[in-house]
Write a protein that binds this ligand. Sequence first.
Ligand code: FES
Length: 247
Amino acid sequence: MAKIIKDVTIIENTLIATDVYRMVLDDLQIAQTADVGRFINLYPKNASTLLPRPISISEISDTTITIVYHVVGCGTAEFSKLKAGDAIRISSALGHGYTIADAKTHILIGGGIGVPPLVELAKRITSNKIAILGYQDEPILVDKFQEAGATVYVATETGSVGFKGNVIDLITSEGILGDYYYACGPKPMLKAVKMHCKDINKPVQLSLEERMGCGYGACVGCVSKINNELLKICVDGPVFLGNEVNF
Ligand code: FES
């Protein structure tokens, strides 16, 4: 399907944690392009911020998509000021997302702003699922994973909530084991997840979306070595099999 760019209506744009917002967008056509692990581009109105902002899709309904974004610069700061009823220019869903494997126990590992894309994945997995969610200090969306029927473990770097440490330390400490793994988060976490899955000989899908700039193939800022080839994460990914990613 060709990429669609259009103005859509915001149903909700709420602060859910420090500098983190949840935005719900109402558009049947865009919702029909959405899939788990894909992303959309958001276009700032301010002409000085030329590039769109790629943001992962967190949840999908028949007529809406939900994104969760971190305010990190002028583009996302502009989005954070929008209210329900305002319009925002977005693209249809882009990239290749997660494939749900045929497995008995699925392990979903999210770090920071890499947690939101795993919500829809948790909702769609119908067998056993365990979510391992890591944060610096302030957990988000834990209730969404619980509502999706996942067993949830939380780790924070500061120890403010749950286990003190990172997600791999938590997995090791609790002896958590599954048949198939999915991860989204910062690169050091993805690298550690890849090594862990290699050690226990389990397959993993990694979402490399942290590395994106423009989100539509123009800036080459997202080029990464995949299977010893230089690929664009935004077009060829963001989700790849762990054994294909050359960190
Ligand atoms: Fe710009 Fe991929 S994010 S080319």
